[in-house]
Design a protein around this ligand. Structure first.
Ligand code: IPE
Ligand code: IPE
Ligand code: MG
Length: 246
């Protein structure tokens, strides 16, 4: 029996976050340049998005470019930005065909002009799609996001619009880039690395982590379903005892 058949469709995570890692190593293993890995990684994104839309996962957030990734060689950064632009433009129609809404989080203003423009267009074109929301984390860092949220709250207090006593988890998370989505129940990281790399620190306070050695360009929907099956076997206790839950 495949993993698709083992899924309990009534207990799917609403939101899955993915750290897509291992493109460079995948290419190197084949004697190819890193960019070949990034291009191949796009095919994995397409398959995973369709897999999520197929089974009914409402939110998929993929870490596509971190704030720290700006420190890579300029040729790689430029090639990644060009790949982002061409992929967005090529895939908008397919997203709509699959009823997927495109969203983006991160310091979007730091991206190249063309990227900001085309991303905005694709988001507008897909804004009414309802089956699944695909969020690209671009120039994203959780520490940046948390500092930005703190600044916004401080400004509201300074302007007399907010009392310090009213700052709580709810008002804080309302300032985050993910304010309009549920927190991810499941986070998948590929390529055998066991770290968060500055991704969704607040939102993943109680997320289940799934790590696989598979490199991102080899990751397909069957691997996604395997991760969800694993997730569904876990007991999420949120601080309680097992007896309290059962
Ligand atoms: C993930 O693959 C893609 C991005 C971070 C943009 P990597 O490029 O990090 O691949 P490895 O980790 O070097 O193999
Ligand atoms: C994390 O991968 C960022 C993305 C997947 C976009 P990295 O490859 O940049 O992370 P580190 O450097 O191994 O932590
Ligand atoms: Mg990496």
């Amino acid at each position: 029996m495949g993993f698709r058949e083992q899924l309990d469709i009534t207990r799917l995570p609403q939101h899955i976050a993915v750290i897509m890692d291992g493109n460079g190593r995948w290419a190197k293993n084949q004697g190819k340049i890193r960019h070949f890995g990034h291009e191949s990684g796009v095919l994995s994104v397409k398959d995973i998005v369709e897999g999520c839309a197929d089974i009914g996962v409402k939110y998929l957030t993929v870490y596509a470019f971190s704030t720290e990734n700006w420190n890579r060689p300029v040729e790689e950064v430029n090639a990644l930005m060009e790949l982002l632009i061409s992929t967005i433009n090529q895939e908008t129609a397919t997203l709509t065909k699959n009823n997927v809404r495109l969203n983006a989080i991160g310091d979007i203003s730091s991206l190249p002009e063309q990227c900001i423009h085309d991303l905005g267009e694709a988001m507008r074109k897909t804004a009414d799609n309802t089956r699944c929301t695909l969020t690209l984390a671009l120039s994203y860092s959780a520490k940046w996001e948390l500092v930005t949220a703190a600044k916004k709250l401080a400004a509201q207090v300074a302007e007399g619009k907010l009392n310090i006593e009213d700052i709580d988890e709810h008002s804080f998370s309302a300032q985050l880039t993910t304010h309009d989505m549920p927190e991810p129940e499941l986070m998948i990281r590929t390529s055998g690395e066991h770290r968060i790399s500055n991704f969704l620190l607040w939102q993943m306070a109680y997320t289940e982590f799934y790590f696989t050695d598979t490199l991102w360009p080899d990751f397909r929907r069957e691997d996604l379903f395997e991760a969800i099956v694993d997730f569904q076997k876990r007991e999420r206790r949120f601080g309680k005892t097992s007896e309290q839950l059962n």
